[in-house]
Design a binder for this molecule. Structure first.
Ligand code: DAH
Length: 350
């Protein structure tokens, strides 16, 4: 083999084995194989040789070129692996078997009962509808047969915005929109209106163990031909027995609400004191849980539904009350307290 080639090959081997980083390696690649590199120069110089010499010399130079290329490739791989190993070694050690230090959150007790009620009503064919918290006077009162200056408004003083809108004082505020929206389908196809609409409500209220200025209700309506109080009682009973998973003592009392006729108060026996009387039930042994009634003809008419042809029931379930009963929360104020100690103890029992 040509002397020059032998010494160049030795040089390549030595220099490449001494290389410690990729930049240095690239400089060497350019020095040997680049346009002006020494191996390239050997190839270029071949034009001055005889045909015979060129054949053997050319083969040897090509061999050297291949040798160098292969050595460089091996070195690239070696240095790359070393770099990764160094990066890994510099990383902080993570033990993936260590238990996580971040605690899981829990659902708010009202969310739990709301979801449970939604599931129950969905299985009975009710749609679950979301409705805004800011509504108009018309939606909250007028459309519900509560004209301006009606005394029933006194019970529902709420928070007013400068533009005349208000924070809804009850979920009934969605009734008119729902009757209008689904009433058309009812009249055209005969499909009954069956909807529940849970939501946050607000009242200008002096707070105590059972009153809050912010609370949750879940309204429900069903409208079709021949809907009667028996339908109402059936749905209420089914829902309560599912929520509490046991027989709950209930009582129906007449109650006045301008948007239903007749109207009722559905009370359940206080589960905190067992009906003996305690601060949560104002010592009465009963808790008002679900006012309800047959939708007033004026309300149906305002929703575009002919009260001569269709009837319906409505109920306004106190979700906050229900959560208190179900989880034995004695003071309603705990629910809005943001206290994790108080609120994280509840879990879904589904
Ligand atoms: N919206 C009433 C309130 O918050 C509760 C209510 C009463 C709702 C009777 C109803 C109903 O749907 O039929 O005081």
């Amino acid at each position: 083999m040509n002397e020059q080639i032998i010494s160049l090959q030795t040089e390549v081997s030595e220099k490449l084995s001494a290389v410690t980083d990729l930049t240095e390696l690239d400089s060497l690649r350019v020095a040997y194989l680049g346009k002006k590199g020494s191996i390239t120069a050997l190839l270029k110089g071949m034009k001055d040789l005889s045909a015979e010499e060129r054949k053997t010399f050319g083969a040897e130079v090509n061999q050297l070129k291949e040798f160098t290329t292969q050595k460089i490739e091996e070195k690239v791989k070696e240095l790359g692996e070393k770099e990764i190993a160094a990066e890994i070694a510099a990383m902080p050690l993570i033990d993936i078997t260590t238990p996580s230090s971040c605690e899981c959150g829990s659902y708010h007790p009202i969310t739990l009962v709301q979801r449970q009620c939604e599931t129950i009503f969905k299985t009975m064919g009710f749609a679950v509808i979301d409705y805004p918290e800011i509504v108009t006077d018309y939606e909250c009162f007028e459309a519900l047969n509560i004209p301006k200056h009606h005394p029933a408004r006194d019970m529902q003083d709420t928070y007013y915005l400068d533009n005349g809108q208000l924070l809804k004082s009850h979920t009934s505020a969605a009734q008119n929109a729902i009757l209008k929206k689904y009433g058309k389908e009812l009249m055209e196809t005969g499909k009954p209106i069956k909807a529940i609409f849970p939501g946050r409500c607000f009242r200008n209220e002096a707070t105590d163990a059972c009153h809050e200025n912010t609370f949750f209700q879940m309204e429900g309506v069903m409208v079709d031909k021949d809907i009667s109080i028996s339908n109402l009682i059936y749905f209420m009973k089914t829902m309560l027995s599912e929520v509490f998973r046991k027989d709950i003592k209930v009582r129906l009392r007449p109650g006045f609400f301008p948007f239903v006729e007749p109207g009722f108060e559905l009370d359940i026996s206080c589960l905190i004191c067992g009906g003996e009387g305690c601060p949560s039930c104002k010592q009465s042994g009963w808790l008002e849980l679900c006012p309800c009634g047959m939708i007033h003809p004026n309300v149906l008419r305002e929703g575009g539904i002919d009260p001569e042809e269709y009837t319906g029931f409505a109920f306004g379930l106190g979700l906050t009350r229900l959560a208190m009963m179900k989880y034995g929360v004695k003071d309603i104020r705990n629910l809005n307290s943001g206290s994790l100690k108080a609120l994280s103890q509840f879990t879904d029992d589904e």
